[in-house]
Design a protein around this ligand. Structure first.
Ligand code: FMN
Length: 182
């Protein structure tokens, strides 16, 4: 069945490693017949949640007027959410984390999502797989809490400069994951 897949990217580096990884996943998912929407959180302005708990009470998902107003309907239309980002200080970059924090709105606003599954695509400069444990654990806990099936984690370690991912098998793996979504 064709799915609506929302790909949330988190790098300010356009066409950098995680952006390319996102595009490879998208290419695979499209070949499998799915519809994809890519939303680059680093090109938007999404502020941190202020815990006012007035989500969805004033007509918009978040009472802070920012680009989450654009993202919230995309999340509500999605069957799958994919997070594609670089590792920043052992976790998600702030731009993507701010967007994830505002997923709180769907809980406070009692707006159940139809999202059923998710995936994580992450790149980082370091080679030691230990440094990725934090982001992968956060992702798994988030998926479990939200009741989303984890459809895959792709980790591409040892990519520092913008084109480094081209010297790895990361793009192939991301495309294969996209193709495998049923
Ligand atoms: C603010 C910042 C924090 C970073 N923190 C880490 C880190 O904790 N571990 C790591 O291995 N690489 C870290 N990096 C390196 C990036 O993860 C790496 O360069 C990655 O390839 C960037 O991906 P991109 O091209 O998608 O932006 C950091 C880079 C920046 C700019």
């Amino acid at each position: 069945m064709a799915k609506n897949i929302l790909v949330l990217t988190g790098s300010p580096r356009k066409n950098g490693n995680s952006d390319k990884l996102a595009d490879a996943f998208i290419a695979g998912a499209q070949q499998a017949g799915h519809t994809t929407v890519k939303f680059a959180t680093a090109e938007k302005s999404i502020k941190g949640c202020i815990a006012c708990q007035t989500c969805f009470s004033n007509g918009s998902a978040c009472s802070i007027p920012d680009d989450f107003a654009e993202l919230a309907p995309l999340v509500e239309q999605a069957d799958m959410v994919v997070f594609a980002c670089p590792l920043y200080w052992f976790t998600f970059p702030a731009q993507l984390k701010a967007a994830i924090d505002k997923f709180f709105a769907f809980l406070i606003g009692k707006r159940p999502l139809k999202v059923k599954e998710c995936a994580l695509l992450v790149v980082g400069g370091g080679e030691d797989l230990k440094i990725y444990e934090g982001i992968v654990k956060s992702y798994h806990l988030m998926a479990e809490f939200l009741g989303w099936k984890d459809s895959g984690v792709i980790l591409v370690a040892g990519v520092q400069d913008k084109q480094d991912i081209l010297n790895t098998d990361g793009l192939k793996r991301a495309e294969a994951l996209g193709k495998s979504i049923v």
